[in-house]
Design a protein around this ligand. Structure first.
Ligand code: ZN
Length: 241
């Protein structure tokens, strides 16, 4: 089985369409979405519609919850806060119902999906180092965990009591190991590579590959400016920051 896994779309339709077009050529059997469909970008409704169309099991991200009042935005930075308020005004009732009904954790076969971490999943705590990864490994009941949230692709590995991480894009899975795989971000990468990020997991060959695809950054930027969203949200897309 081949899985197409992605997250942190952030209402960037140009980036999402580029990823879905790339995945269409990958013989994908099943799509999975790790949350943050909305927030920051100018096309939240269109992005929700695309996700519904591909029938991808989807979990909630902090921006999805913030957009429907389920997550406190007191600690969001000013641009993120402005984007949440804009998004709330630009979603239809049915979009809000969709976001409200997303689960925080999804499990199927050998995979667990969670937006940020398994420890207090509704608090969206970052996994950025070995110690935060270890706390999620302790709670993990499957061999693989796919996450997003930091917008920077990265793979954590547990073998016995040994923990490590790699920035390698392609990893051959080993039966003796557990993995936490950060899929990076479709619509707002922050690892200095502006291209949209996504993952292909092949459960037969046991390959996990983090892939990148360019998209029309300028078009996404123009829409952000035109919508009256903070201009910093447009600028950062070109730098991948
Ligand atoms: Zn995000």
């Amino acid at each position: 089985m081949r899985w197409g896994i992605f997250c942190d779309i952030h209402a960037n339709l140009e980036a999402l369409d580029a990823v879905l077009a790339a995945l269409a050529g990958e013989r994908i059997d099943r799509y999975l979405c790790l949350g943050d469909i909305v927030g920051y970008g100018a096309n939240p409704r269109e992005c929700i519609a695309e996700i519904k169309k591909i029938d991808a099991p989807t979990i909630a991200g902090n921006h999805d919850w913030a957009a429907v009042g389920l997550f406190d935005i007191a600690y969001f930075n000013p641009a993120a806060k402005a984007a949440v308020l804009w998004t709330r005004q630009n979603l239809a009732y049915e979009d809000k119902e969709f976001l409200k009904n997303l689960d925080l954790i999804h499990r199927e076969e050998e995979l667990t999906l969670v937006h940020a971490s398994l420890q207090n999943p509704g608090q969206f705590e970052y996994i950025l180092d070995i110690s935060s990864a270890a706390r999620t490994f302790e709670l993990l009941r499957t061999r693989l965990c796919f996450i997003g949230h930091s917008h920077a692709p990265l793979i954590f590995i547990k073998e016995g009591e040994n923990y490590s991480f790699t920035f390698q894009a392609k990893v051959k899975l080993k039966a003796s190991r557990m993995y936490i795989i950060n899929a990076g971000s479709v619509g707002q990468p922050r690892d200095a590579d502006p291209r949209a990020s996504y993952v292909v997991y092949d459960s037969e060959s046991e390959d996990v590959e983090i892939k990148r695809v360019p998209y029309d950054v300028q078009k996404a930027q123009e829409k952000i400016i035109k919508a009256g969203l903070p201009t910093t949200l447009a600028e950062r897309l070109a730098a991948g920051r």
